[in-house]
Design a protein around this ligand. Structure first.
Ligand SMILES: C[S@@+](CC[C@H](N)C(=O)[O-])C[C@H]1O[C@@H](n2cnc3c(N)ncnc32)[C@H](O)[C@@H]1O
Length: 346
């Protein structure tokens, strides 16, 4: 529902029965978080009355109750049905293919911004041995190959065969670049063989991030560097007139959807505990102002449905939540921590 559409708000406020003018505005405030200005409320009431969508009941002055006419109820029903259709077309309901999802995410402006911070921190040089740890579809391999040049070497590692296939296609055209299918907890690499490890949103999925970081330290040569970008899902902030619903949505995502939801903030501590020396921690907060763009990354409708099933949101809250996200001005953000750590000494 467009919250600036005063006539629709008045019709919706009257859906449960007659109210006087002041109570109409109180009902609107309950639905949207703000009241209509006096002029806009009286203008909407006058226009709805002219169109015979509402009618006044007997009473005194401003306290005269107003109610929907039969035609008003029909118009409201029609508008709400149209709204459900809009939400249905706007949000993605089918789970996207894993590789397509990663390709799409990597193509967003939001990803490009923190990935550039990651690449700058990596400071990869010609002739170095570079590892893309959990390389996914290999989107970062071309940039790593350019940095290492034909004098260096680039390796992507991932355990998912579909990801490895796509990454290998990318690597085929690049100098001295290969892809290996392996579990990052147990790398088939010699000790102290790698100059730089790049990793992006891998650790949030791992069974044992601490063990994996120890493995990263093992394969880094002394003076070698790991740069990791990981989100902190507790920081997911979505604007909604009912902050409790937004918090419940974020809590569900952090509690039930992501394996290591707080890895962003935990990473500097875990890296230090694995024997690495943490050089810098840079928080980057991608911002979404376009609901469709955010949905393609956050799966808003799918995760809302899961939150209902898991008991974090009621059906009614979920409907209000999606209606508002679909039609109101949209804002969401989540912080990604870019952590640079080095292996110092032997
Ligand atoms: C969120 S994706 C990120 C992919 C890639 N870094 C990118 O930026 O497009 C996480 C990747 O980690 C891989 N992964 C998860 N657990 C792994 C493990 N134990 N060993 C190797 N790869 C793993 C997944 O297959 C997936 O490709």
């Amino acid at each position: 529902m467009r919250t600036n559409d005063a006539q629709m708000l008045v019709l919706s406020a009257l859906a449960d029965g007659p109210l006087h003018g002041y109570a109409v505005n109180t009902a609107i405030e309950r639905m949207t978080g703000s009241r209509l200005g006096r002029g806009s409320l009286s203008g909407a009431l006058a226009r709805l009355r002219d169109k015979q969508l509402i009618e006044y009941l007997p009473g005194e002055g401003r306290r005269r109750p107003v109610r929907l006419t039969a035609e008003g109820r029909t118009v409201l029903g029609r508008e709400l049905d149209a709204l459900v259709d809009v939400a249905g077309q706007l949000f993605e309901t089918v789970v996207p293919d894993r590789t397509a999802y990663q390709e799409r995410l990597n193509a967003t402006d939001q990803a490009r911004v923190y990935q550039q911070v990651l690449l700058d921190a990596l400071d990869a040089r010609p002739g170095q041995h570079l590892l893309d740890w959990g390389c996914g579809t290999g989107a970062a391999l071309p940039a790593l190959a350019r940095a290492a040049t034909a004098r260096g070497r680039v390796l992507g590692v991932d355990h998912d065969p579909q990801m490895v296939r796509r990454a290998a296609e990318r690597a085929a055209g690049l100098p001295r670049t290969g892809v290996l299918r392996a579990d990052v907890h147990r790398l088939p690499l010699a000790d102290a063989d790698i100059d730089r490890i790049r990793t992006d949103r891998l650790l949030q999925h791992l069974a044992d991030p601490a063990a994996a970081l120890a493995e990263a330290r093992r394969v880094l040569r002394p003076g070698g560097r790991l740069v990791a970008a990981e989100p902190d899902w507790d920081t997911l902030a979505v604007d909604h007139p009912d902050p409790a619903t937004a918090r419940a949505y974020t809590r569900h995502l952090a509690d039930r959807i992501v394996r290591n939801p707080l890895i962003g903030r935990q990473l500097p501590r875990l890296a230090a505990e694995s024997g690495l020396t943490v050089r810098s921690v840079v928080p980057v907060t991608p911002l979404f102002r376009d609901v469709r763009e955010a949905d393609r990354v956050l799966g808003l409708q799918r995760n809302t449905e899961r939150a209902v099933t898991a008991g974090y949101l009621t059906r009614e809250q979920a409907r209000d939540w999606l209606d508002h996200l679909a039609c109101g001005p949209f804002l969401a953000s989540v912080t990604v921590f870019v952590v640079t750590a080095e292996r110092v000494g032997g």
